[in-house]
Ligand binder design. Structure first.
Ligand SMILES: [Zn+2]
Ligand SMILES: [Zn+2]
Length: 146
């Protein structure tokens, strides 16, 4: 449960964060800006008071609009957060959590842009991650949270 405190970081490990215990808003945002900022069908976001986040490494930011910035790793590009300009909270990307399974979304935002195929996901065939025979995977990911 995220309220007990949690940690996360980017794929390469140059930017890490630790969040102290407290309330966490957990939402999915389907707006077009979140789709493009994450490169995914929606953003899964854990919102906490910005003062509760201890950063190790400095995320880069880009103003995606006049009201918000998007944070990401300058080296590997991992999307890390959404933050309203002048706001007091930071919405961390659930995929960057060390333990993403602890994320529990409670609502949907930006539902007008929700992709219609999302409702069919559970009916699709499923398979685990498998490597083709003869391929040896050498990962360059930060092992924390992998
Ligand atoms: Zn990185
Ligand atoms: Zn959004």
């Amino acid at each position: 449960m995220l309220e007990a405190g949690f940690s996360g970081g980017c794929q390469c490990g140059a930017v890490r964060y630790a969040v102290s215990p407290g309330p966490v808003g957990q939402t999915l945002c389907h707006c077009r800006m979140c789709q493009r900022a994450t490169g995914g069908p929606f953003a899964a976001l854990a919102e906490v008071a910005s003062t509760r986040i201890a950063w190790n490494g400095s995320p880069s930011t880009w103003a995606s609009s006049n009201i918000a910035n998007r944070g990401f790793c300058y080296r590997c590009g991992t999307p890390l957060f959404y933050r309203e300009t002048g706001g007091t909270t930071t919405e961390l990307t659930a995929g960057s959590l060390d333990r993403p399974e602890t994320f529990r979304p409670t609502d949907h935002h930006g539902s007008e842009r929700r992709l219609t195929w999302l409702s069919a996901l559970d009916s699709l065939p499923q398979r685990p991650t498998l490597l083709e025979a003869g391929i040896t995977l050498e990962t360059y990911q930060d092992p924390r949270g992998a």
